[in-house]
Ligand binder design. Structure first.
Ligand SMILES: *Cc1c(COP(=O)(O)O)cnc(C)c1O
Length: 397
């Protein structure tokens, strides 16, 4: 991660096809295209890579989450259970539909704690949204069991985990619907883009129509198409899809580099007895996009981050003090700062959230350090980095 570090000829060639025929839109203009349908081609590649029957591309990962939920009928007043540790996008994507995000604790996987999920279920709960943070996953068997028992939809936000697997299935393909982002800093990038994957034909058809103003996409005259229901514009452009098409073909190469770099860093840090690693559930294989480890306490984590700066170690974070990925500092959301009036149900839920504390999540996030694994590092650089990280941590202990 991120795929832009290896941007090259393949990306340029795919992009040139689109520039040559000038069709920047994914639908229509059949005669001008010279056979180039980049969004369709990328959807077909993703079907193979993500071992799913249906794929719908959209404009970004945030809209992928909204479209996935809408496609399965989640909306006003429905409660969606999600983790305290995520990217703020998952929260926004739920609110967009008038649904209510219910935040619950994470465990040592850094993903949803199935017990916390079960305790948060109410008659209004419609879906559970698991977020596969930093290249790994929550305990999916436990979550599947809770969702099956309570007849809840399981949506996977796998935006940060493309290439990871669980029980030999790609992350994103385990729940009823999976969401991906191809924004500029993701493992596979196309600038801005996203995808929804599912094996449910009805959800797919809904996503296809909903993400394009409700168009049914039957025939070749857009103006004459019918609209079975309300939709919006969450389309991806052909320019973005072209870059994505090149990048997805390179995913195996990216994953190999990530794994190699991750392993060098992990082996070095394993030599420090106070360092422990995030739990990967049995049957899980990370995408190796990040290395996540725990220190004994928040104090040591904070000191380590300061030492990392002194040692020139970038792209490592302690999310406890972060405004984007952890609920603790989401003040604009807790204070219900919105340009337009929010529903009473949403305002009430945000007010409840502002009073809540998440001791169990604090325990894990406070002690966690999350390091991005870059694709551009040379082996020499990674080895030197590993050495410096070790020294910086030992100094903080
Ligand atoms: C990146 C990301 C998103 C949002 O994707 P965008 O394409 O940036 O809108 C959603 N969830 C998670 C976990 C992400 O990392």
């Amino acid at each position: 991660m991120p795929g832009f570090e290896r941007f090259g000829d393949l990306e340029r060639e795919e992009l040139q096809d689109v520039l040559d025929n000038g069709v920047l839109m994914r639908y229509g203009f059949d005669g001008m295209r010279n056979g180039h349908w980049k969004a369709k081609a990328l959807e077909n590649e993703l079907k193979k890579t993500l071992e799913s029957n249906y794929v719908q591309l959209v404009s970004n990962g945030t809209s992928a989450v909204s479209v996935a939920l809408a496609s399965a009928g989640v909306g006003a007043g429905d409660e969606v259970i999600m983790p305290t540790f995520t990217f703020v996008a998952s929260f926004e994507a739920i609110l967009l539909l008038g649904a209510i995000p219910i935040l619950v604790d994470i465990d040592a996987t850094l993903g949803l704690d199935a017990k916390a999920v079960e305790a948060a279920i109410t008659p209004k709960t419609k879906a559970v949204m698991v977020v596969q943070m930093c290249g790994s996953m929550a305990n999916m068997n436990a979550l599947l069991q809770v969702c099956n028992t309570h007849d809840l939809l399981l949506v996977e936000d796998a935006c940060q985990a493309i290439g990871g697997r669980y029980n030999n299935k790609p992350l994103g393909s385990i729940g009823d619907l999976g969401c991906f982002s191809f924004d500029f800093v993701k493992t596979v990038t196309c600038g801005e883009g996203g995808a929804i994957i599912t094996n449910n034909k009805e959800y797919y058809t809904n996503a296809d129509h909903f993400s394009d103003h409700g168009h049914d996409h039957i025939g070749s005259d857009r103006g004459a198409e019918s609209h079975p229901f309300l939709g919006y514009n969450f389309r991806i452009s052909e320019l973005h899809a072209a870059v994505g098409l090149a990048q997805i073909k390179r995913l195996p190469e990216f994953l190999e580099v990530q794994k190699k770099n991750y392993t060098i860093l992990r082996d070095a840090l394993s030599e420090i007895s106070e360092v422990t690693f995030r739990t990967v559930p049995e049957g899980g294989e990370e995408s190796y996009a990040f290395l996540n480890f725990f220190l004994p306490d928040l104090e040591t984590s904070r000191k380590t981050i300061v030492n990392f700066k002194d040692y020139g170690i970038d792209v490592c974070w302690n999310y406890y003090d972060n405004n984007w990925h952890y609920v603790r500092k989401w003040n604009h959301l807790k204070d219900a700062k919105s340009l337009f009036p929010l529903s009473k149900e949403i305002k009430d839920s945000l007010s409840l959230l502002s009073e809540k504390t998440f001791t169990q999540s604090d325990h894990y996030i406070g002690r966690n350090i999350s390091c991005l694994i870059k694709l551009s590092w040379t082996e020499e650089e990674v080895k030197l980095r590993a050495q410096k990280m070790k020294e910086a941590i030992l100094k903080a202990l």
